[in-house]
Ligand binder design. Structure first.
Ligand code: 13P
Length: 258
């Protein structure tokens, strides 16, 4: 039996006002989606929304529903204008942090080296890093996606020891599938997830690899979530556009394998 967690995480990106975010969570809660067993749901909201989102999640009253941030800085405090520390996030009720989203790599020049520092800082605070990886279209077209993703993992998270890496959630998000309406086929998703798990098994052993949650992201929606999540190595999703509407997000939550 599969012991690792299934997770559906909504990445709101730079969308919704705080009030709209709270209304969305309240609406989702009224559907009372089943979040049982090893399943968790995470709402990854903009920094400015986190305190209000945390209150809405608390009033939902389901311990398997968590609040996440979309980024953090790794330094504990200091002269880093515009940045947000992990202590600040924790004070807002955050328990998970997305790092290395392709949009941050592309628009804000985040490197594998910077992400290595971020993952260390997140784990030091006992929070859940959701580490994103994934290849651009030209790499997929050249059929070198495995090498590309392997380098992302090796340079940002493979310095961790087994006890640490087991706490990392990996999100595979092929860039060509993000916000494009083009989803990786279930076979493409499963193949990459199995490849990532094989890299983890080679370095940390099969038992550790089998504990690590690997999410799929990229045009995952209410219509395709069930099939994607039915794949042996796909343990849920990191959802963009479809996380912004209650009906679609609830359907995706309900598609999680219980
Ligand atoms: P979409 O679901 O909108 O394609 O976005 C995926 C994503 O980037 C989640 O982090």
């Amino acid at each position: 039996m599969k012991m690792r967690k299934n997770i559906v995480a909504g990445n709101w990106k730079m969308n919704l006002t705080p009030a709209e975010g709270v209304a969305l969570i309240n609406e989702i809660a009224t559907f009372n989606p089943a979040i049982s067993g090893n399943n968790q749901v995470v709402f990854c909201a903009p920094f400015t929304h986190l305190s209000e989102v945390n209150k809405a999640v608390a009033s939902w009253g389901n311990a398997k529903v968590l609040v996440g941030a979309q980024n953090c800085y790794y330094q504990p405090s200091g002269a880093y204008t515009g940045e947000i520390s992990l202590d600040m996030l924790m004070a807002c009720g955050v328990s998970a942090v997305i790092i290395g989203h392709s949009e941050r790599r592309l628009y804000f020049a985040e490197s594998n080296e910077l992400l290595r520092l971020k993952v260390d800082a997140i784990l030091a605070k006992q929070l859940m890093p959701i580490f994103c990886c994934g290849e651009p279209l030209e790499i997929r077209n050249a059929n070198t996606q495995n090498e590309y993703v392997a380098a992302q993992l090796q340079e940002s998270i493979f310095h961790l020891n087994a006890a640490e890496i087991i706490k990392v959630v990996i999100a595979y998000e092929p860039i060509w599938a993000i916000g494009t309406g083009v989803t990786a086929s279930t076979q493409q998703a499963q193949d990459m997830h199995a490849f990532i798990r094989s890299l983890l098994a080679d370095k940390y052993g099969a038992d550790v690899a089998n504990e690590i949650t690997i999410l799929y992201g990229g045009s995952c929606n209410a219509a395709n979530a069930k099939e994607l999540f039915s794949q042996a190595d796909v343990d849920g999703g990191l959802i963009g556009g479809a996380a912004l509407k209650a009906e679609s997000f609830v359907a995706i939550i309900n598609a999680m394998n219980g």
